[in-house]
Design a protein around this ligand. Structure first.
Ligand code: NI
Length: 456
């Protein structure tokens, strides 16, 4: 603020203070006496202080007077601090289609129910559907998500206003043979979106290129997308090997697996996030590991659509980076990452009759550090000095969490999403004790009701 123009000059300092909300004054926070799960070398610190200045964690441990100066102190005793969760695969505006089409096969669900409604979606639907999903995410500990959808400017506006972090991409579908796709609307929208939003909102928003899947994109189209992504240095987000139908059709049509098909088309030359990978073979997992492709595991969605159970233990053994995601709220039917952490730590044990598979810590890593690798940020997904201040606080003073024999086990097997009492992204508190700081809940409820009435 400058006061060059005398007409705007306040009479005294109290007027300035009155104008600013507390959130705007506090650019510095101290979480006092917190138990901290750093996810950095899996370390747990009891009763320490964490200093956040602007958008970074600037100190951990005991703080000196200068560090304490002018900070808002948050009493974190009896609470646990950990890195915010990273949702590795989502379609956030699909909250509008929550509980709309259930108990059917993926092909019937997608082609007969979802695609027809999605054709009617307008910018306003995307904006309110996204804000609704973002509210659900920040209230349940998610601070970052990787998303692919349509009307991306409206989705990005919701991300920008809400304060959450996201990698966003416009889903692209075209089964035409080309060879020229320079007039393709979706590809051109992707380019415009990437130029406008990549790096926006203090870097909270990044862009990606998203060929939807091998069964909705021709090989020529995927090639064109890859060539364009290479020109912009953009990462790729794609659905891969989600169902047995996709896997077998690909073998019939191209004589190779879906992963090998994408590899041969050059997709993995770009940094890639591949969602699902339910039917990948061991050779496919080696291709993913060798090319540093992140596989996103979506246990709820895969179970609900009966797609199968992804070979996560094998993929991890082979060295694949496995992140965790919710998929859209129409195939889940929520955006609760603690539920995914819980499922990921349970289903592989049961499916393989092996209680050693996917430990609580492995599951938590998928939802934090591995998600940070997926999005290409090495200063995210951990609590350490210099890392981005994307932090959640969990109230451990709950009957279902006592006694805390083991924090990591508690997080994977006992914590409920509603135990999250504070969510901070980029050093800004977005949610605290049930209150949304950046989103007007009433406005979103009203907007959702209007969209629902028009669409259905
Ligand atoms: Ni998906």
């Amino acid at each position: 603020m400058t006061w060059e123009d005398d007409r705007n000059k306040p009479d005294d300092i109290t007027e300035i203070v009155d104008r600013l909300m507390p959130e705007e004054i506090f650019m510095k926070y101290i979480f006092k006496n917190a138990m901290v799960l750093t996810m950095n070398n899996q370390e747990i610190s009891e009763s320490c202080d964490v200093l956040v200045e602007d958008d970074v964690i600037s100190a951990i441990g005991s703080l000196n007077d200068e560090q304490k100066n002018n900070a808002r102190v948050i009493d974190a005793s009896g609470k646990l601090l950990m890195p915010g969760l990273i949702n590795g695969h989502c379609h956030v505006p699909m909250t509008l289609l929550r509980n709309y089409a259930d108990d059917m096969s993926l092909q019937t669900w997608l082609f007969d129910h979802i695609f027809p409604v999605e054709e009617k979606l307008q910018g306003e639907d995307i904006y309110y559907g996204s804000l609704l999903g973002i509210m659900e995410m920040i209230a349940s500990g998610t601070t970052c998500f990787i998303d692919m959808y349509d009307h991306m400017n409206d989705l990005a506006r919701a991300v920008e206003e809400s304060g959450i972090r996201a990698q966003l991409s416009r889903g692209m579908i075209n089964t035409g043979e080309g060879p020229d796709f320079s007039d393709d609307t979706r590809l051109n929208e992707t380019i415009d979106f990437y130029k406008r939003w990549n790096g926006a909102a203090n870097g909270r928003i990044t862009g990606a290129f998203a060929p939807h899947a091998i069964y909705t994109c021709s090989p020529a189209y995927i090639r064109a997308i890859v060539e364009t992504a290479q020109k912009y240095g953009a990462p790729i987000h794609v659905h891969l090997d989600e169902t047995l139908v996709e896997h077998e059709d690909c073998l019939k049509k191209y004589g190779k697996t879906p992963a090998k098909h994408l590899y041969d088309l050059g997709v993995f030359e770009q940094k890639t996030v591949a969602a699902h990978c339910v039917w990948i073979t061991e050779d496919d997992a080696r291709i993913l590991a060798d090319n540093k492709v992140t596989m996103t595991h979506n246990p709820s969605s895969n179970l609900k659509l009966a797609s199968g159970i992804a070979p996560v233990p094998n993929a991890l053994n082979i060295g694949v980076n496995v992140a965790l995601g919710t998929d859209g709220a129409s195939s889940n039917n929520n955006l609760n990452m603690f539920e995914e952490i819980n499922l990921a730590a349970l289903i592989h044990k049961g499916a393989n009759q092996d209680p050693l598979l996917i430990t609580a810590m492995e599951s938590l890593k998928m939802a934090t550090v591995n998600g940070a690798i997926a999005i290409g940020m090495d200063n995210l997904g951990v609590i350490k000095e210099g890392a981005k201040a994307d932090i959640i606080m969990i109230d451990m003073d709950k009957p279902h969490l006592m006694p805390v024999h083991n924090v990591v086990s508690a997080l994977a097997y006992s914590v409920q999403a509603s135990d999250v009492c504070l969510t901070m992204v980029d050093g800004e508190i977005l949610y605290e004790n049930g209150e949304f700081k950046t989103i007007d809940k009433e406005k979103v409820s009203h907007g959702i009701k209007k969209c629902y009435e028009r669409l259905f």
